[in-house]
Design a protein around this ligand. Structure first.
Ligand SMILES: Cc1ncc(COP(=O)(O)O)c(C=O)c1O
Length: 282
C-alpha cells in the first residue's frame, strides 16, 4: 500500500477504492472537458441502417474519435493530470501500447503544465512514428521499451538488443522510473476502477442524448481491450438496469488476437512483467 501511495495519484487511489455511488467532477476538469470538445455528439448511422437493411433497427454511435488526440483516452488523462498537478507532482510517467494512451496523457499534461515520460512498446514505437511526433510536440520524452533508462530494461536489452517489448514490460519500466524521484507519479490508461469512473462521462452523456432524441438503446456495444472504452459507455446504463430504471443488454466486442474475456484463466496476477504491482484478480 505504501508503494502504491508513492507511485499513484492520491485522489485516483481514493477513487479506486471508493464505494460512493457518485463522485463529483471538479469544475476545472469540466472546463477542460469543454476545452477538449465535450460533450461529444451521438450520431444516428442512417446510411449504415439502410445498407444493412435491418428494417426498424436504429443504430447510434458516440463520436469519441473527435477528441483532440483521436480516442476516448483523453477522458481519464485530463482528471489524472489535474489531480496530479493539484498534489504537487511535476512529471507523469506512463506506458503505452498502440500509442493512444501516450498521446492522450501527453496532451492533458501539456494543459496542466506538467512533464510526461512515456515508455512505449518498441515494436509499435518503431512503427507509428507520427504518434511519437505528436507526443514530442506536446513536450513528452518518449522511450522505446525496453529502454536503457531502467535496470529492468537494461537487463532485457542485454539478452536481446532488439527486444520488441510488451505492455507488461513498459509498465514495469514506468513504475521503476517513477520510484527514482518523488515528484513523479505513474498514470494508467485503462483497466483500473478510477479510469472506468472517469470514462463513465461517455455513458452519462449518452443517457442525456438519448433522452433528447426520445429514444433508448436495447443493446449497448463497445470494443474491449482493457475495458475503459466499454465500461465508459456501458456502466452508466448498467447502473440504471440494476436499479430497474431501464432494460438493456450489453455486448463487449474484442479482437480474436487478445480474447481476454473468453479465454485464459481467471486468477490473481501482476499487472506488469517485473511484478511491481499488487496481485490483482484478472
Ligand atoms: C481508440 C481506442 N478505442 C478503444 C480502445 C480500447 O480501450 P480499453 O483498452 O480501455 O478497453 C483503445 C485502447 O487503447 C483505443 O486506443
Amino acid at each position: 500500500m505504501e508503494a502504491l501511495k508513492r507511485r499513484m495519484v492520491g485522489e485516483c487511489l481514493r477513487q479506486e477504492m471508493s464505494t460512493s455511488r457518485w463522485i463529483d467532477i471538479p469544475e476545472e476538469v469540466m472546463e477542460l472537458y469543454v476545452h477538449a470538445g465535450r460533450p461529444r455528439p451521438l450520431y444516428r448511422a442512417k446510411r449504415l441502417e439502410q445498407k444493412l437493411g435491418l428494417g426498424k433497427v436504429r443504430i447510434y454511435y458516440k463520436r469519441e474519435d473527435l477528441s483532440p488526440t483521436g480516442s476516448h483516452k483523453v477522458n481519464t488523462a485530463i482528471p489524472q493530470a489535474y489531480y496530479a498537478a493539484k498534489e504537487g507532482k511535476k512529471t507523469l510517467v506512463t506506458e503505452t501500447g498502440a500509442g493512444q494512451w501516450g498521446t492522450a496523457l501527453t496532451y492533458a499534461s501539456s494543459l496542466l503544465g506538467l512533464k510526461t515520460v512515456v515508455f512505449w512498446v518498441r515494436a509499435v514505437y518503431d512503427w507509428k512514428t507520427e504518434r511519437k511526433y505528436l507526443m514530442q510536440m506536446y513536450g513528452a520524452k518518449v522511450y522505446a521499451s525496453p529502454s536503457d533508462q531502467t535496470a529492468f530494461g537494461r537487463k532485457l536489452l542485454e539478452v536481446d538488443s532488439k527486444h520488441p517489448g510488451s505492455l507488461g514490460i513498459a509498465v514495469s519500466e514506468g513504475l521503476e522510473y517513477t520510484d527514482l524521484a518523488a515528484d513523479r507519479v505513474y498514470c494508467l490508461g485503462s483497466v483500473l476502477n478510477h479510469v472506468l469512473i472517469h470514462q463513465s462521462i461517455i455513458g452519462l452523456e449518452c443517457i442525456k442524448q438519448f433522452e433528447k432524441a426520445d429514444d433508448s438503446p436495447d443493446l449497448v456495444i463497445g470494443c474491449f481491450g482493457g475495458g475503459s472504452n466499454f465500461g465508459g459507455v456501458a456502466l452508466p446504463f448498467m447502473g440504471e438496469v440494476l436499479q430497474k430504471k431501464r432494460e438493456c443488454e450489453f455486448l463487449a466486442a474484442q479482437s480474436e488476437a487478445a480474447p481476454n474475456l473468453v479465454r485464459g484463466e481467471y486468477r490473481y496476477d501482476f499487472g506488469d512483467t517485473a511484478g511491481h504491482t499488487p496481485l490483482m484478480m484478472m
